[in-house]
Design a protein around this ligand. Structure first.
Ligand code: 2HG
Ligand code: ZN
Length: 458
């Protein structure tokens, strides 16, 4: 009997798929570099089945790729080497909303948006948000410590995890932190699993902290002439108002999004860069938004701007930023997701800009990201005359120089997307050899037979 039929005997053939189209789609995430080639895809429906799969994989030396919504951008969920994909699609129940604790407990396959909607229905708020919230799953969000557009105000996914239930690589079931707010009882394994990219265990359930919904907000888009002015505008906004988001994009990004979706430009004046700022309103602060605008104009930091006058207009302005990644998708961009401390941002951007001009003189470069968090997404578009592999290997080469620069600034080679397959070679620019060796030792404890997510992260 072949190994997959044997596995079907353990968890039921209705929970195993090896049809070609599913193998291909479950074998990849949103990277366009690798092709999926898993042995089979399994869909556990209970923790018992999940544990049986892991025990089976250990017994028969099967490699396992944990799989959520596959919206990742670093190849963290790619199965291109006859692995077994363990999809959490069928563990998708919201188990409890606890109004006293202001928490929600959900299985890993629940989408981010389902969490947000359930919270809102109970007059609460789950603040982690990004363009792929409709398809990304909460287990994957936690495994990659997802960031998004509200980090400046609310922090990353890590800040919202009260408890986790996991099956480790050796098949043990752990209930981590038991959803306690205070629990000083030694090493907090919950935080090891957050951002571990499925290399230590599979998260099957999580309890998330919810909070008060924010007050209504105003969204502004400002035209900015120079990188350095973006951080000046940020300082002014932060000094006068509650900033929920501070994003930026370049004119190429705007033109691509406007062209692809027939959106309106925010205003007629073209600028090299645009800042999108979301400010939380109170009655007094509505006037302050206009003061911020005037101050930035007076100091010649912005050339033009628009301040939303309705919820619809605020949403339309957000689309200009949120739709960039999906719009660029068709151009097979090489992605960089880099960060430094805000205080170093202006100098860093200057140096990165010089580096890209030198190395990519003929490539279209798209700059955008979460400038308020010190995080930029530098996307290089693939010229038509280069094959995917030629393009990737050229950009990988430039990534080494970029890595040196990031290392000099003590920044991160992956601010919010994770490491996966894509950024593994660059990890050494952000983490020391000692740290990487410690990560390897930790992996051996939780996954002694190295069955989980082979080749990812370390
Ligand atoms: C965003 O900020 C996402 O839009 C995706 O993190 C970034 O695709 C990217 O490079
Ligand atoms: Zn982002």
């Amino acid at each position: 009997m072949d190994i997959v039929s044997r596995l079907a005997g353990v968890i039921g053939s209705e929970n195993v798929s090896y049809c070609d189209s599913e193998l291909q789609s479950y074998g990849v995430d949103r990277t366009t570099i690798w092709e999926g080639n898993p042995k089979a895809v399994v869909f556990p429906r209970s923790v018992k089945q999940l544990q049986d799969i892991i025990l089976f994989a250990n017994k028969y030396s099967l490699k396992v790729v944990p799989s959520g919504g596959r919206t990742g951008l670093c190849g963290g969920a790619v199965a291109n080497n006859s692995e077994l994909v363990v999809s959490m699609d069928k563990m998708n129940i919201i188990k409890e909303i606890n109004l006293d604790d202001r928490s929600i407990t959900a299985e890993a396959g629940v989408t981010t948006q389902q969490i947000q909607v359930a919270a809102a229905e109970n007059h609460l708020f789950y603040p982690v948000d990004f363009a792929s919230s409709g398809s990304s799953q909460i287990g994957g969000n936690i495994a990659t410590n997802a960031g998004g557009i509200n980090v400046i105000r609310y922090g990353m996914t890590r800040n919202w995890i009260l408890g986790l239930r996991v099956v480790t690589g050796s098949g043990d079931i752990l209930n981590l932190n038991k959803s306690l707010v205070k629990n000083n009882t030694g090493y907090d394994f919950r935080h090891l699993f957050i951002g571990s990219e499925g290399t230590l265990g599979i998260i099957y359930e999580a309890t998330l902290q919810l909070t008060e919904p924010p007050k209504p907000s105003t969204v502004c888009v400002f035209g900015v002439e120079k990188f350095a002015y973006l951080t000046e505008v940020l300082k002014i906004c932060k000094s006068m108002l509650q900033v929920n988001a501070f994003e930026f994009f370049c004119n190429n990004a705007l033109s691509r999004v406007v062209g692809a979706h027939q959106y309106q430009r925010p205003f007629d004046t073209e600028s090299p860069f645009y800042a999108l700022v979301e400010l939380e309103n109170t009655e007094i602060e509505t006037e302050t938004v206009f003061e911020v605008y005037s101050k930035c104009v007076d100091e010649k930091l912005i050339t033009d701007g628009v301040i939303s006058q309705s919820i619809d207009q605020a949403r339309a302005l957000w689309r200009l930023r949120e739709d960039i990644s999906e719009t660029l998708w068709h151009f097979q961009p090489y992605k960089n997701d880099i960060s430094v401390r805000i205080s170093k941002m202006a100098d860093f951007l200057n140096d990165v800009s010089q580096l890209t001009q030198k190395n990519y003189p003929d490539f279209e470069i798209i700059w955008y990201g979460h400038i308020g968090d010190g995080n930029i997404h530098l996307n290089i578009l693939k010229p038509k005359n280069l094959s995917t592999l030629q393009f990737k290997s050229f950009c990988d080469g430039v990534s080494m120089s970029l890595g040196e620069l990031i290392s000099k600034y003590e920044g991160s080679i992956s601010a919010e997307h994770g490491v996966g397959l894509l950024k593994k070679e660059s990890l050494r620019f952000s983490r020391s050899e000692d740290e990487i060796n410690l990560m390897k030792s930790i992996k051996k404890i939780f996954d002694p037979n190295a069955i989980l997510n082979p080749g990812k992260l370390i």
